[in-house]
Write a protein that binds this ligand. Structure first.
Ligand code: AMP
Ligand code: TRP
Length: 328
């Protein structure tokens, strides 16, 4: 039986954090055997906000080596950089031409980012979800593993596929999002979503002492003011992280002993730190190896791009024929 196709993407923003890891990447690793998987470092998405061209290439390679170190090895999936396959932007243009502006103006991420970047509300920022739709539809992808913040974009992709199919004939399947067990991790402030731009993150390649310093000062259940106050794990972001990095027995034990104040927040954090590092140490080690062997990283990306170009060329030929710019 044919395997269903998975596609997902991540922006090369300079750091991959624990939110990306548990919200998306770890899920990707679990899907590798069951599906045909394509993952992209979406550089053209990242230039919709201010960025530094002189460090951008390094950020792209860093993202690639982190993803490979997490387990996205080339014999198990295709990993490539979006700009290596020019059909992404070609399809995005076509989707721009069948989408009403109002649909894009209503997108939550556009509204948030317009607020954050008041002096750079560019057309690319508005059209961002259509480049994402193009990423997905270009491979006729069926399943899209993402964090919760991306669900609206996948809905938009479905709507766009439907619109294209209605107008030009059945072409694209309507993809479904696939969320992980923890589709939203809060930042170290415990209040806002963990993200690079809010500087409230734990980077998965940060040195252990830096990670400990961040966890040590992270906000927990704010109602627990003194050591002897009982805590409520249900509202503590650190407990959410335990659920991702600790064993079942430890999770139940932390839940119980926090509620009875048998353990304090520092002890709970130390335990989390140890478990987190057990999971991240092999990733950090492989990432360090790849740092001294950039050719290997470039080779992986080139292999991925070559495979993806083949699919992209075929689908774009079909699309060009259907919209009438080429003989079909
Ligand atoms: P980005 O870094 O925005 O390109 O996001 C890459 C992937 O990580 C997407 O699937 C996001 O939904 C996911 N993601 C980003 N931040 C978080 C978070 N704080 N919690 C859970 N998932 C996240
Ligand atoms: N917009 C996504 C994010 O910020 C990244 C992305 C781009 C993506 N293209 C995609 C995710 C296609 C899934 C599928 O996280």
């Amino acid at each position: 039986m044919r395997k269903q196709r998975i596609f997902s993407g991540i922006q090369p923003t300079g750091v991959i954090h624990a939110g990306n890891y548990v919200g998306a990447i770890r899920n990707w690793i679990n899907l590798l055997d069951k599906y045909e998987c394509i993952f992209s470092i979406v550089d053209y998405h990242a230039i919709t906000v201010e960025y530094d061209a002189s460090t951008f290439q390094k950020n792209i390679i860093d993202a690639a080596r982190t993803l490979i170190a997490c387990g996205l090895e080339p014999d198990r999936c295709s990993l490539f950089v979006q700009s290596q396959v020019p059909e992404h932007t070609e399809l995005a243009w076509i989707l721009n031409c069948i989408t009403p502006i109002g649909d894009l103006e209503r997108m939550t991420q556009f509204k948030d980012k317009s607020r954050q970047h008041r002096d750079n509300i560019n057309v690319g920022l508005l059209s961002y979800p259509l480049l994402q739709a193009a990423d997905i539809l270009l491979y006729k992808s069926e399943i899209i593993p993402v964090g919760e913040d991306q669900v609206q974009h996948i809905e938009m992709t479905r709507r766009t596929a439907r619109r294209f199919n209605n107008r030009f004939g059945d072409t694209f399947p309507e993809p479904a999002e696939l969320l992980s067990n923890t589709p939203k991790i809060m930042g170290l402030d415990g209040k806002t979503k963990m993200s690079k731009s809010l500087n409230n993150f734990v980077g998965i390649l940060e040195p252990p002492d830096a990670i400990w310093e961040k966890l040590r000062t992270a906000v927990t259940d704010e109602n627990r003011k003194r050591r002897k106050d009982p805590g409520n794990p249900g509202i503590c972001n650190l407990f959410t992280m335990h659920k991702e990095f600790s064993s079942q027995e430890e999770i139940s034990e932390i839940d119980r002993t926090c509620r009875t104040a048998e353990i304090g927040c520092v002890e709970c954090k130390k335990n989390l730190f140890e478990n987190m590092m057990r999971c991240l140490a092999p990733v950090q080690q492989r990432a360090a190896e790849l740092e001294t062997n950039q050719e290997e990283v470039i080779e992986v990306l080139n292999t991925g791009a070559e495979r993806c170009r083949k699919i992209a060329e075929e689908v774009m030929n079909e699309v060009r024929g259907k919209i009438g710019v080429r003989k079909s």
